[in-house]
Design a protein around this ligand. Structure first.
Ligand code: IPE
Ligand code: IPE
Ligand code: MG
Length: 239
């Protein structure tokens, strides 16, 4: 059972489903990848605002496992964008005290992309102000399935009894074992669904679905979201 915490005006962990890049591009008669490029600018805004607001963890859903099913051209554009973003953004992340971590499969990426992703984690490892968790090739159901496999293997080995499995055992077997649950989940572009994102971790999160398309998201939009969060009353099943 959870202990009711005091009202916290600033969420400790914000998670964002960055949606609407394709629609943003379409509205401007551009190719979808141009929406993704502009989406990187919005990531910069969100990170800056998160640091300024004193948020400790920011998780960004950047690429779902289902996104591999998009046209090859778009997937390739996204892969090369991940690599150029690592090169371009790392110095500013280091300067802001941001530590980057990844959740997802990783092994499905080419060796080159994996190298870039590892590099950003290594180069930002000392960041102490904000942990930026990038969900890339992430699927919450895969994550839960992996956790079940891990725990089942421990039971089979006799390291843990089936009756000893608790909520904590499961939380510790997820990719997010080292991070607190998200307090606040934002999905841009007006879509109101989770799309396989943090299903377990979102149990008591607050949700917010602004209409803004991700490439248009600014620091002001983040600040507005913080106001929305501060107005919510979290009850955790109590009265
Ligand atoms: C989100 O924008 C970015 C990724 C999923 C990589 P979309 O590409 O889903 O944009 P829409 O939803 O088609 O507008
Ligand atoms: C979810 O957005 C994944 C990311 C934002 C990375 P999608 O655009 O892929 O999700 P659906 O298809 O609208 O559910
Ligand atoms: Mg979308």
């Amino acid at each position: 059972m959870r202990v009711m915490s005091e009202r916290q005006p600033i969420p400790r962990h914000v998670a964002i489903i960055m949606d609407g890049n394709g629609r943003w591009a379409k509205l401007r008669g551009k190719e979808r990848y141009e929406g993704h490029i502009q989406g990187v600018a919005a990531v910069r805004e969100a990170v800056r605002a998160a640091v300024r607001n004193g948020v400790e963890y920011l998780t960004l859903y950047a690429f779902s496992t289902e996104n591999w099913g998009r046209p090859a051209e778009e997937v390739e554009a996204l892969m090369s964008l991940f690599c150029t973003s690592v090169i371009n953004e790392t110095p500013s992340l280091v300067e802001q005290g941001v530590r980057v971590k990844l959740i997802g499969h990783r092994s499905h990426f080419s060796e080159k992309v994996q190298r870039y992703l590892t590099e950003i984690e290594e180069r930002t490892a000392d960041g102490g102000r904000l942990t930026l968790i990038l969900a890339i090739d992430y699927s919450s159901r895969d994550e839960i399935t992996d956790a079940v496999r891990k725990i089942a293997a421990e039971v089979a080995d006799g390291r843990i009894g089936a009756a000893e499995i608790t909520e904590r055992t499961i939380g510790q077997a997820l990719y997010t074992a080292d991070y607190p649950d998200p307090d606040f989940i934002i999905r841009t572009s007006g879509e109101c669904r989770l799309s396989n994102f943090l299903l377990w971790q979102a149990s008591y999160a607050e949700f917010y679905f602004p209409q803004v398309l991700w490439p248009d998201f600014t620091e002001e939009d983040f600040d507005k979201a913080m106001e929305v969060y501060a107005s919510r009353e979290r009850r955790y099943g109590l009265i």
